[in-house]
Write a protein that binds this ligand. Structure first.
Ligand code: AMP
Length: 183
């Protein structure tokens, strides 16, 4: 099963991705995690990504796509995967399409909806280096301008499902369970 977990920063998609990954025994692919590990390893990609990530902007489509492309080609992705934080632009979504063949299309885009105030509270609690208040605002601006257009993109294909992320973590998981009908 190929799933995209979609929503603004801090909506809880990482937490839900871990549950789904364990339940379905498919890998959780977080581009944020992959980029953070590139930054800490000091690789070329990491050096390019560092400042952009710290400002709350988006790393170039080319860099992110090359990471995803290499990861999806691995054997453990054969039966599926959960993408968390990718795609974040329509261009990334189109590139992802070109990577997936006719018989391994996306099954679900799960959109976790939350309100902005709640997200800011969660991000401050999480307090990562790129979670300072002005950077949080920038991440929202980026989400609204670059990532929101993916909603109609996937709605048109009838694979987008909305989930109320303002509930207990367990309840959000249950709603996901009902939609994907598995675990
Ligand atoms: P995340 O952990 O998903 O919130 O990602 C942390 C940061 O990594 C983001 O604020 C971006 O700077 C960068 N990033 C992660 N995924 C992507 C992506 N798909 N496209 C561009 N930048 C990304």
């Amino acid at each position: 099963m190929r799933i995209i977990l979609f929503g603004p920063p801090g909506c809880g998609k990482g937490t839900q991705a871990i549950f789904i990954s364990e339940a379905l025994a498919i890998p959780h692919l977080s581009t944020g995690d992959m980029l953070r590990s590139a930054v800490s390893s000091g690789s070329e990609i990491g050096l390019k990504a560092k400042n952009i990530m710290e400002s709350g902007g988006l790393v170039s489509d080319q860099i992110v796509f090359s990471i995803v492309e290499q990861r999806i080609a691995k054997d453990d992705c054969e039966k599926g995967f959960i993408l968390d934080g990718f795609p974040r632009t329509v261009n990334q979504a189109e590139k992802l399409d070109s990577l997936l063949s006719a018989n391994n299309k996306l099954d679900y885009v799960l959109r976790i909806k939350v309100d902005e105030e709640e997200i800011i509270k969660r991000l401050i609690d999480r307090a990562r280096e790129d979670d300072k208040p002005d950077i949080i605002k920038n991440r929202f601006k980026t989400y609204n301008s670059e990532t929101q257009p993916l909603i109609p993109f996937y709605e048109d294909r009838k694979i987008l499902f909305n989930i109320n992320g303002m509930q207990e973590i367990e309840k959000v998981s249950e709603d996901i369970k009902k939609i994907i009908g598995v675990f």
